[in-house]
Design a protein around this ligand. Sequence first.
Ligand SMILES: [Zn+2]
Ligand SMILES: [Zn+2]
Length: 296
Amino acid sequence: MIEIVFLGTSCMQPTKTRNHPAVLLSYKQENILFDCGENVQRQMRLIGIKPAKVTRLLISHWHGDHVFGIPGLMSAMGADQYAKKLFIYGPLGSQQYLEHLFKSFAAKGIIDYEVQEVSPGVFFENEEFRLVAEKLDHTVPCLGYSFIEKDRLRINVAKANQLGLSGPALGQLQQGKNIVHKGKKINSQDLTYPVVGKKVSYIADTSPCNGANLLARNADLLISEGTHLSDIQDKTEKYKHLTVKDAALIASENNAKQLIITHLSQRYKSTAEIVKEARDHFDNTIVAEDFMRIRV
Ligand SMILES: [Zn+2]
Ligand SMILES: [Zn+2]
């Protein structure tokens, strides 16, 4: 199961109820943080998540609202005796930005970390999932990301029980291997069924572009910025952002199943109009709130 927690849902200006952008995706042993807005460590404490749980940090771009939380988070992780290495991914220039960041104050106890500047495509893969980056179109180099769970086989328990199968035999069948049980050959195909992996994508600051379409394509959950309503589209275009309508069209044209709008301008005091504009173009939309949890 994939769990998403919104730790910050504003854009440039945080408000009383919305912190700077950050989204945490948890899956088995992994806790992947998309962007790291200011004060993300406190947001985590408020919702009962230890900062030291974070395994990977995916930075979309280096505008302050998306990265001001990094030194605080990494210091908090150090104070929590983080024993692992934190993997940080981001666009070209990320290594240098981080080095400068840690030179700008009396840093101590900073945890071990490794930075990978990623290009579009798959940049991390294990047996269970892959991470994919796509280029977005913003005023500085910017990436969006997909978390893609791999397809897997699940055991047909009723059939397995009938044959008296258990333990390691089931493990082998689940890996697609045929086995011999009580002198009889058993095909993996006959005892398992495929489960299609889920895709969760994060579209950060951007104008409508091909990268955004690729992220949205067939996503089970699309998290997208939607900074303004389309009545101020000129302003939105000037700063290379998406309107709520843009985000909804990207979701609908690319067959996404669900859309969550985030990165909201502080000018909107209520979400009613945002929900309405989005649902005019893509019905299965909700608007993110800080501390909202979603399971995919
Ligand atoms: Zn932003
Ligand atoms: Zn930005």
